[in-house]
Ligand binder design. Structure first.
Ligand code: HEM
Length: 161
């Protein structure tokens, strides 16, 4: 379990370590941005809980059967990514924000924050780079303290028509 407080401390530790190895005035380097394992777990857990694309739409290219359901060629299929991201068998206590879920690789196709397969997001590395740079400066330049005892995360899902 990760409380909001310990999450900030763990994030701070990762970023202060990076900063402390830097010589005066140096900017964040490419290798530093590519070596932020805890930050990447926080990003994954954020994309799991606050799934940006709540479902993926596909059109069946051929007849097929899955779990006993017969799908016909041409049917529209909606993959409910929010439910996949909150499957308690893969993510125990799924409402809890806990980056340590990503300490080990998760079951295939259980985490679809950036999609999967041929339509996977081509911009995800750019997005991660920007988020890592943003979090680095956010964490090391400001002091953080909890204002509320309730540190649970309640994402607002963006529902599209
Ligand atoms: C945190 C940021 C981002 C998230 C969570 C995200 C998520 C996703 C997901 C889940 C898909 C797959 C949709 C599907 O399978 O139907 C997707 C597709 C796509 N994303 Fe991203 N994305 C992000 C940032 C970006 C950025 C920065 C770019 C461009 C610079 C980008 C460009 C695209 C494009 C063009 C597709 C369509 C790919 C295709 O259909 O072949 N995304 N994104």
């Amino acid at each position: 379990m990760t409380s909001g407080c310990s999450l900030i401390l763990d994030l701070q530790e990762e970023h202060i370590n990076i900063q402390s190895k830097r010589t005066d005035g140096a900017s964040l380097t490419w290798s530093e941005v590519n070596n932020m394992p805890y930050t990447n777990k926080v990003i994954n857990e954020t994309l799991r809980r606050a799934t940006i694309l709540p479902w993926f739409s596909r059109k069946a290219a051929q007849d097929f059967e899955i779990d006993g359901y017969k799908i016909k060629k041409g049917w529209s299929i909606n993959l409910d990514v929010v439910s996949i991201h909150h499957d308690p068998e893969v993510f125990p206590d799924p409402e809890k924000f806990d980056p340590s879920r990503f300490d080990a690789p998760v079951k295939s196709f259980s985490f679809l924050g950036s999609g999967s397969g041929p339509r996977m997001c081509p911009g995800i590395n750019l997005a991660r780079l920007e988020i890592c740079v943003f979090i680095h400066h956010l964490v090391i330049r400001y002091k953080w303290k909890p204002l509320d005892k309730d540190d649970s995360v309640q994402p607002t899902l963006v529902r599209m028509p």
